[in-house]
Design a protein around this ligand. Sequence first.
Ligand SMILES: Cc1cc2nc3c(=O)[nH]c(=O)nc-3n(C[C@H](O)[C@H](O)[C@H](O)COP(=O)(O)OP(=O)(O)OC[C@H]3O[C@@H](n4cnc5c(N)ncnc54)[C@H](O)[C@@H]3O)c2cc1C
Length: 293
Amino acid sequence: MKASAFAYARATSVENALELLATHGDKAKVLSGGQSLLPAMNLRLIAPGLIVDIGDLAELRGVAVKADVLTIGALTRHADLLKSPEIASHAPLLRDAVAHVAHPAIRNRGTVGGSLAQADPASELPACMLALNATIVVRGPAGERRIAAHEFFTGIYETALMPQELLVAVELPMPAKDSTHFFREFSRRHGDYAIVGLAAQALVRNDRFADLRLGFFAVGDRPLLASSTGELVGVAVTSATLSGACSALDAELDPLEDQQATPAMRRHLAKVLLKRCVSSLLSRPDLCGGASA
Ligand SMILES: Cc1cc2nc3c(=O)[nH]c(=O)nc-3n(C[C@H](O)[C@H](O)[C@H](O)COP(=O)(O)OP(=O)(O)OC[C@H]3O[C@@H](n4cnc5c(N)ncnc54)[C@H](O)[C@@H]3O)c2cc1C
């Protein structure tokens, strides 16, 4: 199938892109890497009247460290994250996660901004942004807005972005030097969308979590920053504590049914990931023992 007829405009600057979006409102769609937009148009799931191609806006591409903030431009490609020394040093969670996003051909075109604006609940990057306590920077007719990642994702393919706004960057607070991370997902084949996944960022001191941020994905209509971790921070974690955290997590989940898994399977897998994550981050293999782990 081919896309319905549409008009095309190549934005020459961020201001030009914003003017086009302001003029055409929700009839216009931003084109970044096209790895989600173009398949959706070809399947006629959406039929925008105008495509605003921002692919030439070099000012939106790249990774920079300033003071204690790591900024990732919206047009930074998945493949750029894999190669970036700044990402390797300051946000290795992203490097590990991106290796699971689709395949090299898609990672060579798909962008960070596109992935976050798409807000697929099974995507890796939105959950990483929760774990990394990111701020999403958007620009629109009224100027710039900064939105905490945990308020940005509002439903399946839904975000706090308005149709006239452009996602321009993501800002990550620089992690403590001794922070650590965990990333795992269950998928049918490497590169497939996850059945369930977990991106975590943590601080471990004296064998206890001083901080723990758990971003689950494919467990509901949007990525989940689990609050059940409260049970695990600042305490000596035992099997009983971890079981309690698993029960608290279960109460937070609202998994969907699709061709990949039932809600019950997703609940089970999320709890398996929680145990593996805690066991790995604390270097405590004993916590992962038992038949249900
Ligand atoms: C076969 C296949 C497998 C895939 N597997 C995975 C996977 O495992 N995990 C995963 O996370 N993704 C996967 N993807 C999606 C892929 O990662 C996309 O690259 C990503 O979701 C969108 O990035 P993009 O730059 O291509 O965005 P586009 O396709 O250009 O845009 C996506 C949406 O975001 C909007 N948008 C884009 N940029 C902006 C912006 N700066 N401001 C405002 N709105 C914007 C567009 O209007 C559109 O609605 C897969 C895609 C394919 C085709």
